[in-house]
Write a protein that binds this ligand. Structure first.
Ligand code: PMT
Length: 402
C-alpha cells in the first residue's frame, strides 16, 4: 500500500450530500499512515456529525474561526502551518467561489488562504451548478492559482439528475495523494485495458451480451493512469464516462474489440483483460429485424476470438493479465486459464451470495500467478484496482516481459 506516513493532512469538509464519503476518506487517510485534522464548515455539519470525524481521526474537529479557546491552542494560522497538504472533499460550489475570490470568511477558507501547502479540491455539486459558467470561471481561477482539482465524476446524482458533479470516490482521491509528486510506479509504460461487455448483434435491434457494467475495467484504467502509465481503454458498451487523461476506444463486438486492441499492441507493455467478452456470436447477423412469424428460430453461434490469448501468444508480448469470473471452483479454473492462455497474472472474482461483481461498486479479488496467490479481500473496485496496479508494477520488470 503506497504510504502517506506521518503526512499532516488537513481534510476540509463543506456542505453537500457527498460529505458522507468524508468519513471513509478520513479512515483511508489514517490507514495510509497520515495524521488528519478535520476542518468543517457550518453547512457540512448539517450532513455529517463532527463526532464521527473526531472518532475516526482521533482529533477534535475544528469549525470556528473566531474561537478564543481554539485560537490559544491551534488557531487558523497554526493549522495552515501544520498542513503538509490540504484536501477539501467535498468542495461545494459556494466554497469554490469563496476560495476563488480569496475570501477568508470561515475557518476552512482562512486556512486555505493562509497555507503554503498544496491545496487539492474534490468538487461535488448538482450538474447544473457545475456546468454554470460562474463555477467554471472559479475553477479556472483556482487552477491558475495552483490548486489541484480532482474530478468531479459523472453519473447519477442524489437529486436525480445525471451528469458531472459527483465527488470522486475516497479511493480515487487517496490514489492521487499517494502518487502525486513521487516517481510513479508505471511511468513510461503503455497499458492497454479491455473493459465492459461485448454486444454480439443478432439483428439491428437484438443481440447477445452480459451484465458487465465496465466499473472494474474503468477503475483499473484510472489506477493505471494515476500510476503514470499511458493508458488505452478499449471498452464495450457501458453507461460510464471514461476516466480523464486516457485514450478511449469504444467498441461493440468481440471482433471490434480485438481489432482495437491490435491497433497498437506492439507498443503495449502491460495488457489487462477485464472485459467480459462473449465467447460466441451469431454465425450471421441479419441486416433487418427478424420477424416473429416462425414458431421457433434456431440461432447458430460461432466461437469468438480469444483476445487475451491472442495477446499472450504474441512473440514480443506484453506483461499479460487476465480476469476470471467463475461460480464453481474459481481458483482451480483460474489456474487453468493462467496456464492455458499463457498469462503472467490472473485476477479471480469471488462470486457467491455475498459478492456479485457484475455491476456492483464492490468486488472481492484473488490474484494468482505461477508462483503465488494473494487474496486482496473485499473492497471498492477503485481500491482493488489500485492494489492490482501496484502488484503489476511490482512484477513488471521491463518492456515486453517474456
Ligand atoms: O464490469 P463490471 O460490472 O465491473 O464487472 C467486472 C467483471 C466481473 C466483468 C470483471 O471483473 C471480470 O471478471 N471480467 C472477466 C470475466 C469473464 O468473462 O471471464 P472469462 O472467464 O470469460 O474470460 C477470462 C479472461 O479472458 C478475461 O480476462 C477476458 O477478458 C478474456 N477473454 C475471454 C474471452 C474472449 N473471447 N476474449 C478474452 O479476451
Amino acid at each position: 500500500m503506497p504510504s502517506l506516513a506521518d503526512q499532516h493532512i488537513v481534510l476540509g469538509i463543506t456542505g453537500g450530500i457527498a460529505a458522507y464519503k468524508s468519513a471513509e476518506l478520513t479512515r483511508r487517510l489514517m490507514d495510509h499512515g497520515a495524521q488528519v485534522q478535520v476542518v468543517m464548515t457550518d453547512a457540512a455539519k448539517a450532513f455529517i456529525a463532527p463526532l464521527t470525524l473526531q472518532a475516526l481521526s482521533g482529533r477534535a474537529v475544528r469549525d470556528t474561526l473566531l474561537d478564543p479557546s481554539a485560537e490559544s491552542g491551534m488557531g487558523h494560522i497554526e493549522i495552515a502551518r501544520w498542513a503538509d497538504r490540504l484536501v477539501v472533499a467535498p468542495a461545494s460550489a459556494d466554497f469554490i467561489a469563496r476560495l476563488a475570490g480569496g475570501m477568508a470568511s470561515d475557518l476552512l477558507a482562512a486556512v486555505c488562504l493562509a497555507t503554503s501547502a498544496p491545496v487539492v479540491l474534490a468538487p461535488a455539486m448538482n450538474q447544473g451548478m457545475w456546468r454554470k459558467s460562474a463555477t467554471q470561471r472559479n475553477i479556472a481561477t483556482l487552477k491558475a492559482d495552483g490548486v489541484t482539482i480532482l474530478g468531479p465524476a459523472s453519473g447519477e446524482q442524489a437529486c436525480g439528475d445525471v451528469g458531472p458533479g459527483r465527488m470522486l470516490e475516497p479511493g480515487e482521491i487517496i490514489s492521487h495523494l499517494t502518487h502525486s509528486g513521487q516517481a510513479k510506479a508505471l511511468d513510461g509504460t503503455h497499458v492497454t485495458i479491455t473493459a465492459g461487455p461485448t454486444w454480439e448483434a443478432i439483428d439491428p435491434v437484438r443481440g447477445l451480451s452480459n451484465h458487465s457494467s465496465g466499473k472494474m475495467g474503468y477503475a483499473v484504467a484510472a489506477a493505471a493512469a494515476a500510476a503514470g502509465a499511458a493508458v488505452t481503454l478499449v471498452s464495450g458498451p457501458t453507461a460510464l464516462d471514461p476516466p480523464p487523461g486516457i485514450q478511449y476506444r469504444p467498441v461493440r463486438s468481440a471482433e471490434e474489440m480485438l481489432a482495437a486492441v491490435e491497433q497498437d499492441i506492439e507498443a503495449c507493455d502491460v495488457f489487462i483483460g477485464v472485459a467480459a467478452v462473449a465467447d460466441y456470436r451469431p454465425a450471421q447477423s441479419e441486416n433487418s429485424k427478424i420477424k416473429k412469424n416462425a414458431e421457433s428460430v434456431t440461432l447458430e453461434l460461432v466461437r469468438n476470438p480469444d483476445i487475451l490469448a491472442r495477446v499472450a501468444q504474441q512473440q514480443k508480448r506484453p506483461f499479460t493479465v487476465g480476469f476470471a469470473a467463475e461460480t464453481d471452483q474459481p481458483i482451480a479454473y483460474a489456474r487453468e486459464k493462467l496456464h492455458n492462455k499463457g498469462l503472467d497474472l490472473i485476477a479471480v472474482n469471488q462470486i457467491d451470495e455475498a459478492n456479485n461483481p457484475f455491476g456492483s461498486d464492490q468486488n472481492r479479488l484473488v490474484l494468482i500467478s505461477k508462483n503465488d496467490e494473494i487474496d486482496l479481500g473485499r473492497d471498492s473496485k477503485s481500491a482493488l484496482a489500485e492494489q492490482l496496479i501496484s502488484e503489476i508494477a511490482h512484477r513488471y520488470h521491463g518492456p515486453h516481459s517474456a
